[in-house]
Ligand binder design. Structure first.
Ligand SMILES: Cc1ncc(COP(=O)(O)O)c(C=O)c1O
Length: 396
C-alpha cells in the first residue's frame, strides 16, 4: 500500500477512478493506546468495525490482545496474533461455526442471550467444561444513535434461568451488554451496570467478568459527545459500587471509538444534477451509514489537489453509483457551491463501519487503499484547544 504525507499529496499524483480508503493507522494506534491506558479492564476490539489487516496489525502492535469476533471469517483475520484471546460475542451462531471455533481455533468465550443458544453451544462443544460464557442482558439503548436492543439481550422472562443454568455449566460466567452504538450519555453505562447488579443479587450467581460492550462514541458533525474520560469514570464508579467488583474482571468491546478516526474515504463526483451529486460510492458501499441510518459525516471537497474554496457554500444531497434508487443520501451536506463532476469529496470518520460495509451490488465495489499521515477531520483523542499536550494525561 502506498504511503503519503497527506490526502493532498496523494491527489497531486493521482486522479483515482475508484473510491479510495485513506487509512490513518497513527490515529488507530492513538485511540488504542488511550483505551489501554485509561480503561480499567480488558479492551476487546470489535473486529466488525474495521477488519482491514493494516488496522488489525496496528491495533495489535499498539497492545490490543483481545478481539471480539462475530464469525469464523473475522476469527481467521486475527487468529495469527500471538498471545491474543478471541471472544465470539455474536449471540446467535451457526452450530457448525461454534464447533469449528471451539475445536479448531480454541475459542472458549461465547456470548448468548437465550436457553436454546446455551443448549446449542453445549451440544456443539460436547458439553465442554472449560467454556467461558457471557450472558448478554437487555439494557436501555435510548441514549444511543444506533440502538441494538430490539434484536439482542436476554428477556426478563428468561434471563434469571439463563444466568443460573449458564453458571452451572460454565468454567467462567460473565454478563455482557451493549448500550447501543454511538452512546451520547455516559450514564447509560452506569444504569446498565446497575441492571446487571440487580440480576446478580436476585439470582445469586457469582460473576467472573462484566463486559460493558461497545457504544463508546466518536466525533461527528452535530454529534459532539462528552469526552471519553467521562465514560470511563461513569463505568469505573458504577463498577466499584457493584456487587461484582470483588470477584470479576471488567471488559469493554469498542469498535467505533477505536477506529472511526482511522480512515476517510475519497469519492469522485461523476455528475451534478441541480442539488444532487452522483458519486462513485454510496449506500451499497462505504456510505452505508450515511444512507441507511442518516449518520452525519464531515466532508471536504477537492479539485485535484486543491481544496475548493469555502467562500460560497450550497447544500447537496448524494446518489451512489448503482441502479437502485435507494442508493441515496437524503441528508443535505454543505459543500462549495462550485463543485462539479470530476471533483473529489473526502468523507471523514469512516474508519468505523465504512469500507467494511461495501458490497459487490451491480458489479461495483472496487476501491483503492492508501496510507496517509495527516490528521483526521475530527478527533476525541487530541488535546483540547488551549491545553498543552503535556498537560493531558495521555500517551500522545
Ligand atoms: C457484540 C458487539 N460488541 C461490540 C460492538 C461494537 O460496538 P461499537 O462500534 O458501538 O463500539 C458491536 C457492534 O455492533 C457488537 O455487536
Amino acid at each position: 500500500m502506498e504511503n503519503f504525507e497527506s490526502v493532498c499529496d496523494y491527489l497531486k499524483i493521482s486522479t483515482p477512478v475508484n473510491p479510495v480508503v485513506c487509512h490513518r493507522p497513527h490515529a488507530a494506534a492513538r485511540s488504542a493506546r488511550w483505551f489501554l491506558e485509561n480503561f480499567p479492564g480488558d479492551v476487546l476490539y470489535a473486529v466488525k468495525a474495521n477488519p482491514s489487516p493494516l488496522i488489525l496489525e496496528t491495533l495489535y502492535q499498539a497492545g490490543v490482545r483481545h478481539f471480539d469476533i462475530a464469525s469464523l471469517h473475522e476469527l481467521q483475520l486475527v487468529h495469527h496474533f500471538p498471545g491474543a484471546r478471541f471472544y465470539c460475542m455474536n449471540t446467535v451462531k451457526h452450530p457448525e461455526h461454534i464447533r469449528r471455533m471451539y475445536v479448531e481455533f480454541g475459542v472458549r468465550d461465547f456470548a448468548l442471550d437465550c436457553l436454546d443458544e446455551l443448549d446449542k453451544i453445549l451440544a456443539m462443544t460436547g458439553s465442554a467444561r472449560d467454556l467461558r460464557l457471557h450472558v448478554r442482558i437487555a439494557v436501555d439503548n435510548s441514549a444511543s444513535e444506533l440502538p441494538l436492543d430490539h434484536k439482542f439481550g436476554a428477556r426478563p422472562g428468561e434471563v434469571d434461568e439463563l444466568l443460573i443454568r449458564s453458571r452451572t455449566v460454565a468454567a467462567q460466567l460473565g454478563i455482557c451488554f451493549h448500550v447501543g452504538s454511538q452512546s451520547m450519555d455516559p450514564a447509560a453505562y452506569a444504569q446498565a451496570i446497575e441492571r446487571a447488579n440487580r440480576l446478580i443479587s436476585r439470582t445469586g450467581v457469582i460473576l467472573d467478568s462484566l463486559d460493558v460492550g461497545g457504544g463508546f462514541p466518536a466525533a461527528y458533525p452535530g454529534l459532539q459527545p462528552p469526552q471519553l474520560d467521562a465514560y470511563v469514570s461513569a463505568i469505573s464508579d458504577a463498577f466499584d459500587e457493584s456487587l461484582t467488583s470483588e470477584t470479576c474482571r471488567l471488559k469493554c468491546e469498542p469498535g467505533r471509538a477505536l477506529v472511526a478516526e482511522s480512515a476517510s474515504i475519497l469519492v469522485n463526483v461523476t455528475l451534478r444534477k441541480q442539488g444532487w451529486l452522483y458519486l462513485n460510492d454510496g449506500a451499497y458501499g462505504s456510505l452505508f451509514d450515511a444512507a441507511h441510518v442518516d449518520f452525519p459525516f464531515p466532508v471536504k471537497a477537492w479539485r485535484q489537489d486543491q481544496p475548493l474554496s469555502l467562500r460560497q457554500m450550497a447544500e447537496f444531497r448524494f446518489y451512489g453509483p448503482t441502479c437502485d434508487s435507494m442508493d441515496a443520501i437524503h441528508r443535505p451536506y454543505s459543500l462549495p457551491a462550485a463543485i462539479k463532476a470530476g471533483d473529489y469529496i473526502e468523507f471523514g470518520q469512516l474508519g468505523a463501519y465504512g469500507d467494511t460495509m461495501r458490497t459487490r451490488f451491480n458489479g461495483l465495489g472496487d476501491r483503492d487503499e492508501v496510507v496517509v499521515r495527516d490528521e483526521p477531520m475530527l478527533s476525541l483523542f487530541t488535546a483540547p484547544a488551549g491545553r498543552r499536550l503535556a498537560d493531558v494525561r495521555r500517551p500522545f
